[in-house]
Design a protein around this ligand. Sequence first.
Ligand code: FES
Length: 186
Amino acid sequence: MDKIIFPIVRDEFSEPDSARRKLLTAMGWGSLAIVGVTGAVSTLKFMFPRVLFEPPAYFKIGPAGQFVPTEQADSHGVSMVLLQWKKSNRTWIVLEPDKMYAIFAKCTHLGCTPSWYENDRTYKCPCHGSEFYSNGFNFSGPAPRPMDRFKISLGDDGQIVVDTSTLFTVKDFDNPNAFVALSRIV
Ligand code: FES
C-alpha cells in the first residue's frame, strides 16, 4: 500500500508569526506616538517662543519739575548724579545747572559697569581701572572715550523720558536729543 503523505501546511496564526505581528504592531504604534509627541513639542515651542525679558527701551523718571539741581556744580560742570536708575536701567541721571542728561553706565573699554564714588566725584570701573569724571569723560585707564548717553526728552505729560534704544557718543553730546535744557522745565 502506498504511503499517504500529508503536506505540511503552516498555520497562518502559528505562535511565532503571531508574536512577530504583535511586535510589529507595537513598533508601529510606538513610531506614531514618537511622531505625535515630537509634533506636539514643536507646536508648543512655536506657541511659547523663548523670549529674553529685558527692561523696556523707554522709561519715565518723573515729572520734569523735580529735577532741580540743589548743589553747586563741580569742576566738570556737574551739580548732581542721581543713582536711582542705575540698578534697574543701568543709567545715571546727571544734572548740570542748565541741563540734564542720561549716562549709560557701561565702561567704554570692555563694557563692565562702573560705580559712582561721590567723594571723588568719579565713576570707577572695577574691571581694568578706568576712571571717568562726573560728566562721564574718561581720564584714566584703558577706556578710549567718554561713556555714551541715552536719548532723553520731555514728554507731553510733563515727564522726563529716557530712551535706551538711542545712544549718543561724545561727538553728538550737543544733539538736542542727548539732553534736556532745564530752562524748558523750570
Ligand atoms: S571694562 Fe572698564 S576698564 Fe576694562
